[in-house]
Design a protein. Structure first.
Lengths: 767, 767
């Protein structure tokens, strides 16, 4: 837990330079535009502790897996988010003395992330070893108006000297992933070129052979005029620079503009990369920094217009929620169905892979409500496109006949995680992928999705479950052995209630999808069935039998669902009675002790109650919540939001607020002591859910949107907007009540608390 | 399964050179003398597929652990048996052409391991690329009469040429472990020297800083005369050689003798290594090859005199059992209490570490019966000396108050294995370590061991179990959660019957030991109790409560013990119904599928029935054997012997013989397709047990030795000797009955079948 950032409604502000916090700030102040992004590394050389990180969406490397003891079925490679060529660097050399904040006395340091405008700004005064004092003012953005482009404006002012100065903007592809398994470099040089004011670099990843062209043009402005820079170009493998030799006078400010473009072979033929990149750089330079910035800010204004949440009377909460929304919008724009939401976005490289079940369970609701429904649909199509790989994955594990097991972590559809208890056993992820289709259709009413993509995927998943269960003679029921539930603090358990429940639900939903597609388009149904060799009667009869005879562990006395069979055999001691020095248990306890304990890393039974709320009465939810909440340590960033939503549901608003706080400022306050590795991007969607679904009580049930709003006593009011079936609604809750305003779209009947409300005009309605 | 070795009662014979089998033969034909050993690598250069391996007892390297996902409590280092300096090499160069069987036409190749004499011999004719034909006759041994010494006699004969020849015996410390985790070399150079006929090398291991001095002196004999060799010495880091330039005439044979000594800092001060090594080499050379060989053979004759098993009418079985006894005697001599029995002995480097629970569960009975009781006692003391490390290990995992958890794999008492399901959960190993004390005392009657060492260790272990159990409210019993039993095809299970049983047994035996020591020497008891802060009443009261209220999973209907809770929930399909292509399942199935299946890697419940046979009636043993045997895949080399013993116990002799066959020739026939990595040394003791405890039915119960002999129908007869309480007995079983002969020691009353037999004189008694 740290508290070194200033609270502000729209900005993240760091005042004063603390090298110990540099990695944390590099994560928090990251920029991205859905296509690429980078950590808030300094432009000039920094020899202190730093994690240099530039990332390109979809560009990964299958690093050879590191494993102590090999298990059959492990993937050979672990796909890693690649640290990509550095395009931010500008070396500053004053008469032979390099500017490096690690070797300066740094004063008046201010770093600001302007979330409203998507701009990173940094100012400081640095006294160099020689006694020279410079003022730096750096400003940069990754354009979301044109996602090929980024710009840097770097101003340097001499305070007490007049000297020759060399400014060397560069591009450097000779980078390394800090988490490389075998200390290998992943990039090969393809091409370098540089002139007196521009430079281009083409590099290629080993194995995957992605190419990226990184280009820059530079301008230097002195006393308001663009000067003739006549830079000295230099290139070597994977590196290009333009060294600009000039001089700076006391009290003079010099500004260097770096217009950058990143173009990858994901979007352009390799043969065109250089041309496209040159065009983009040319265009950007012509347009100029200020205009590009204006376009960028306008695009951000539009994003905020739709996705902002306003909280009144609590700056910390306001800043927290905006930071989360800002990062989500930086990470994924939904325009490319090949992309997904990496757990660290563009803020770090930890965890590898880009896609976890986080996307389906946590992120889709955010994008469903705050963006065009095409965005969430693209996330579904992403999984559909990986269906064959999921079938291959299941086949590798011994499943047959088109059964599909989606990977736990993936970049291209292949599994790239290798702990047996996760890779092979945390199979509930398959359920979340099915659930996301249901969730999407429930929200959008786009049932046609089932015909186009959904049914085929659901059949693959249903086939998996049908083979994964087996019949227990003693129980006279179907059981599911050897799983890891959402609570990863239990491994290889039998009959995890959540997994069994979602397995049955998947079978039912697959049958629903089959009936739907058949009823809508019998020919298409038959064509899919033929292609995937689907024997409807035989297969669905087996599915029905499983649905009818699935075993669910329950405790009759406590009237709760059991997280897994025999859960109550454990010593049940609430988290509050754990000594403080024992927490977090994942850092303090050995793994066996964690496994034997009753402590829950993240919502498990409660995840099921959240997903399938409509299937349970409020007392059931209450009983289970009150049993499991006290045992939950929330050592996953994905946990508190679900608890916040359920706590609000059962009217325990104090707990809901406590849970909300843990999720909203997780990274800003470095709650888990790991922000330096990058931000927890996917859990940020959970924070949004905690507000909208938790306090706002937003639900869609029986084809109707509804709210049961609650105003936390700590707030004066809050408001958010949601998109729903071509409407745009604004919901504002304050002490006077709930105001619902339809900003776009035709009439809509919704429910607020128990009352039906007809939204006709555009005026706010007080409910 | 391979069958390329000739059957012979005393020899292992390979006729014809098959490079594909070279690694397997290198393992099988390994030599060792308890202090050092090496694989059967050729003396001359061999560029084909080979695993070059020289090993020194107790010399290890803590290689940095390789792990995919770190868990708290994992050891940082994985201690590896070190590939040590090569002392066998002799390069042969004939007028510029190097002798290398990989580049020759090889004829009349014969490799013989003479187990009676402990000698490796190889003869062949090699036609070189140039057309030159040479005959090689190499012979070597690692002296067990003087375990500092090894000798090579290498004869080479020119068949069709007369040419200059260079013989270059060398010492090479620049070796690498094939299983190094990060491709590092583990040895540093300290010193090299060489003269015209000798060379010395001192090398030191990184981190552990063991030093070894490897020395050699060479002699060359031509036409029966020692020639003046005037070798050209050459040294570089970690390497020394003596190149002998002479000539060879057609039909002439030239013999090179290499007298080698390996001296380590385990047994001598570092400053003395060179002097001691030089003395040993000098002494050996003076004594001469033939005399050293005679001394060595005499020592082997003595070993065989005590440990041989003779099987009549079945050469394959005879060869198999002798190979096992030979390897066990090569691996561990029991003279150094710091040493233990590595799973691969001196035959390979796989599995790292030297000590597994194999020692206690499988090896101790062999050494108890075939060697002075001091040998088994040393193995017990070895663990006692690691008690503090075991306490540290338990502390690291959250246990308190002197609780001891012995490591799963170790070299120096520290854990060096890191799969959580093994390292943290396969805790039954603690039980085997306690059981070995019981087993030793039962056999030797040396109860004083409890006072000297045993009780303190037993208290540490009992304290572990007392903390590792917890009380289950629903069961109203103590339970043990999250363990891996001996059957490693189940992980993280609750209430493994074997573990629960041995835990309770440990508590009871610790209390017995306490009472014994108190009764024998109250002062000493109090002194130990004070030192280890043992609060007898409080602690033993808790232990008694656990003993009284431990939960044991059973099935009332089948009247069997359940391997773990809910075992019968699995699909129970006997191994015989598995498709052949699915086996071995550890190579064909993914880990989750193995875990979910009912298949048993090695005896688990049955291990308990074997250890604690006296606690169960014969029907209980039968019912459990008949339930679990058909589910056991025996994919551990340690499994069949226990099944063989129990099958014999219940009179199922056909099964007993089948199981015996699987264990006896496991390596010779490369049954598991892994002999190339080295031999399964520890399971070899199991083979001995299968004969002596299985067919011979040897037991010690109620302070009395007994036999219930059975003659397998495939054999004409068999006999073995055992040491028992200062007697030496010979037991011969043939069609005429069982003959018992007391060869040494005072009178003894034993039981054969149900009959008591008084052994008075030295004449055989027919029972």
């Amino acid at each position: 837990m740290k508290d070194y950032l200033k609270k502000d409604e729209w900005k993240i502000i760091e005042e004063g330079f603390n090298p110990n916090y540099n990695r944390i700030s590099e994560s928090i102040f990251s920029l991205g535009n859905g296509r690429f992004g980078q950590r808030a590394n300094f432009e000039e050389t920094y020899s202190g502790d730093t994690l240099q990180g530039h990332y390109l969406a979809g560009i990964y490397y299958p690093d050879k897996t590191r494993v102590g003891w090999w298990k059959n079925g492990y993937p050979e490679y672990f796909a890693k988010v690649l640290n990509a060529p550095n395009w931010t660097g500008i070396k500053i050399d004053i008469d032979g003395e390099e500017l490096d904040l690690a070797n300066c006395e740094v004063n008046d340091f201010v770093r600001i992330l302007d979330m409203k405008n998507g701009v990173l700004e940094r100012t400081c005064t640095a006294k160099m070893k020689s006694g020279r004092i410079v003022k730096i003012h750096a400003k940069r953005f990754c354009s979301i108006a044109n996602d090929n482009i980024a710009c840097i404006r770097y101003a340097i002012k001499a305070v007490n000297f007049s000297d020759p100065i060399q400014l060397t903007p560069f591009l450097d592809g000779d980078v390394i992933n800090e988490d490389t398994n075998y200390d290998e470099k992943f990039w090969e040089p393809i091409h370098e070129e540089a002139t007196e004011n521009e430079a281009y670099l083409i590099t290629e990843t080993k194995k995957t052979e992605f190419q990226v062209c990184t280009g820059m043009r530079v301008q230097v402005v002195k006393n308001g005029d663009i000067i003739d820079i006549d830079g000295k170009s230099f290139t070597k493998d994977k590196y290009a620079e333009v060294a600009i030799n000039t001089s700076i006078k006391d009290e003079e400010e010099m500004v260097i503009y770096k217009y950058v473009s990143n173009i990858t072979s994901e979007n352009h033929p390799k043969s065109n990369l250089l041309t496209v990149c040159k065009n983009e750089v040319e265009k950007a330079t012509t347009t100029g920094f200020e205009q590009l910035l204006t376009d960028h800010q306008n695009a951000w204004a539009k994003k905020w217009e739709e996705s902002d949440i306003i909280i009144k009377g609590d700056v910390a909460a306001q800043q927290g929620i905006r930071f989360n929304i800002f990062q989500l919008n930086q990470t994924y724009t939904g325009e490319d169905e090949r992309l997904n939401i990496g757990p660290k976005g563009f803020t770090g490289e930890k965890y590898g892979g880009s896609t976890y079940w986080d996307t389906e369970a946590y992120c889709i609701p955010f994008y469903l409500s705050t963006a065009d429904q095409r965005v969430a649909r693209n996330l579904l199509v992403y999984r559909f496109k990986h269906l064959q790989k999921a079938i291959e994955n299941a086949t590798k594990l011994g499943f047959k006949n088109g059964a599909a097991l989606y990977p736990m972590v993936t970049m291209n559809g292949e599994e790239c995680h290798n702990e047996w208890e996760i890779t092979f056993e945390e199979i509930h992820r398959n359920g979340a992928i099915a659930y996301a289709i249901f969730d999407y259709i429930r929200y959008t009413n786009d049932e046609a999705y089932l015909t186009e993509y959904g049914m085929e995927l659901l059949v693959g998943i249903a086939r998996f479950w049908a083979q994964r269960v087996h019949f227990s003679k003693p129980k006279n029921k179907y059981v599911i052995h050897g799983v890891t539930g959402p609570n990863e603090y239990e491994n290889n358990v039998n009959n995890n209630w959540y997994t069994n429940f979602i397995a049955v639900w998947c079978l039912k939903y697959a049958m629903y999808a089959i009936d739907y597609v058949k009823s809508q388009n019998a020919t298409q149904f038959q064509s899919i069935a033929d292609r995937i060799k689907f024997y409807e009667v035989t297969e669905t009869n087996q599915w029905k039998d499983i649905v009818d005879k699935m075993y669910f562990p329950v405790d009759q006395e406590l009237q709760i669902f059991l997280q897994q069979e025999n859960f109550l055999d454990k010593e049940i001691i609430p988290v509050k009675d754990l000594p403080a020095e024992d927490r977090p248990i994942h850092q303090k306890w050995s793994w066996d002790r964690i496994l034997r304990s009753c402590y829950i890393k993240q919502a498990d039974v409660l995840q099921g109650l959240y997903f399938f709320e409509d299937a349970f009465d409020i007392d059931t939810i209450k009983r289970n919540f009150r049993f499991y909440e006290p045992l939950t340590v929330h050592e996953s960033s994905l946990s508190p939001c679900v608890h916040a939503i359920l706590a609000a549901k059962i009217g325990d608003y104090e707990k809901a607020y406590e849970m909300y706080l843990r999720t909203a400022r997780l990274d800003l306050d470095d709650y888990n002591n790991d922000t330096e590795d990058g931000c927890h991007i996917t859990s940020m969607a959970g924070t949004w859910m905690a507000v909208v679904k938790g306090f706002g009580g937003m639900r869609v049930a029986d084809d109707q949107l509804s709210f049961t709003p609650h105003l936390p006593s700590q707030w004066k009011g809050y408001s958010f907007k949601i998109r729903f079936r071509n409407r745009l609604l604004k919901i504002s809750i304050d002490t006077s009540g709930t105001h619902i305003q339809k900003l776009e779209g035709v009439d809509l009947k919704i429910k607020v608390n128990t009352k039906e409300v007809q939204l006709v005009g555009e005026d706010p309605i007080l409910c």
